[in-house]
Ligand binder design. Structure first.
Ligand SMILES: Nc1ncnc2c1ncn2[C@@H]1O[C@H](COP(=O)(O)OP(=O)(O)O)[C@@H](O)[C@H]1O
Ligand SMILES: [Mg+2]
Length: 355
């Protein structure tokens, strides 16, 4: 659902900030360090309970303060949800939906957002772990079954790794390997289906962008492994796992690659190709989430104009014109008209942040 209001307290550089958003295009502008990205970070946090900038939540708390709090109102025609997230220095976290305490998992998928920011470039440029996390997050938002199997898999994995550290007798592992193989195979099966589906959106995004000559695909090793095979592999790698004190087989080790015109993007992609690929992935992500959840994600575009040339950002704006709430950050208001953003129309809004 679109976000209609946000209130931030002791969040990064903001002592107190209160903003009312339009359901159309919103532009937050101001010089570097004025806290524009922090606003997107707060919206992202209300959407999935995590930051896109850091995994250390306490980093977000304003210096010299003991906690931060973000409250957001998400509203559609017939519904309004108030979501609250607070984080203490003592690492205590509180999440509430309409005044009721909930766990982080409850948030996921309710108010999806897409973030296109310079940091997100590590989806194409970064480590296999970056890509794994990206797809785990995306598939968790769009499939409850995936989310459940994945979180069960991770807790079984944690326990198996604990046993490895204690160097328990091999017999103990029999039951754990059975459980892990069962969950691992379930995750792989679902991931394979979701991947194939996601790729159809990738190709839609590619063909609607530029001259349509770009092909972008996903490639994952190991994904066809079933439960029996995975159990076999766990047995085979047992001794090595004991030495390394971690489990070497499973979806938590998947290596996902992007193929850009049939070549591995990470190895061969130019700067420009990485940028194009990220935009295509984000456009695909938008369509994928919209189709699977029935909810149009809020589009968050951080420093868009620093990143994209005019032609590329136009592909993004074509999509955004279709009834999508968009929140854009930029250092100034120049050039917006060239991108089709008319701040004179009542649907669009701008906010200035000062340092
Ligand atoms: N925990 C924090 N407490 C206080 N200030 C912070 C904290 N974390 C980051 N900052 C500062 O907040 C400012 C805003 O950062 P950012 O949101 O990236 O701004 P912008 O996107 O407008 O450039 C930066 O100057 C940064 O140094
Ligand atoms: Mg910024």
């Amino acid at each position: 659902m679109p976000i209609s209001n946000i209130q931030m307290v002791s969040f990064r550089n903001h002592q107190q900030l209160d903003m009312d958003f339009s359901p159309g295009i919103n532009v937050i502008w101001g010089e570097n360090g004025s806290g524009k990205t922090a606003v997107l970070e707060a919206i992202h946090l209300l959407s999935i309970g995590k930051s896109f900038r850091t995994s250390k939540m306490t980093e977000i708390i304003k210096h010299e303060k003991d906690f931060f709090r973000v409250k957001g109102a998400f509203s559609s025609e017939n519904k309004e949800d108030e979501i609250l997230f607070s984080q203490g220095k003592d690492r205590r976290q509180k999440i509430k939906i309409n005044g009721k305490d909930v766990g982080r998992k409850t948030l996921i998928g309710q108010n999806p957002v897409i973030i296109l920011s310079p940091e997100e470039q590590n989806i194409t440029k970064g480590t296999p772990g970056n890509r794994r996390n990206y797809f785990d997050k995306l598939y968790s938002i769009t499939s409850e079954e995936y989310l459940n199997n994945l979180s069960k898999f991770f807790s079984a994995l944690k326990q198996r790794n604990a046993l490895l550290r204690e160097n328990k007798n091999k017999i103990v592992f029999e039951a754990w390997d059975e459980t892990l193989a069962d969950l691992g195979a379930k995750v792989w099966k679902a991931k394979k289906e979701l991947n194939e589906e996601f790729m159809t959106y990738l190709s839609t995004a590619s063909s609607s962008y530029g001259d349509g000559s770009i092909s972008i695909k996903l490639k994952i090793g190991n994904i066809d492994i079933d439960k029996k095979q995975m159990k076999e592999m766990l047995k085979e790698t047992h001794d090595r796992d004991v030495i390394n004190k971690q489990t070497s087989v499973g979806p938590h080790r998947d290596r996902i690659s992007f193929l850009f015109n049939e070549k591995k993007l990470r190895n061969f992609g130019s700067q420009g190709e990485h940028k194009i690929a990220l935009v295509l992935v984000k456009l695909a992500e938008f369509m994928f989430i919209k189709e699977k959840t029935g909810r149009a994600p809020i589009f968050l575009l951080d420093d868009l104009f620093a990143k994209l040339d005019l032609k590329r950002s136009d592909a993004v704006f074509e999509l955004l014109k279709k009834n999508t709430q968009t929140i854009i950050t930029n250092t100034d208001l120049f050039n917006l008209k060239n991108h089709g953003i008319d701040l004179e129309t009542p649907d669009n809004k701008s906010f200035h942040l000062a340092r």
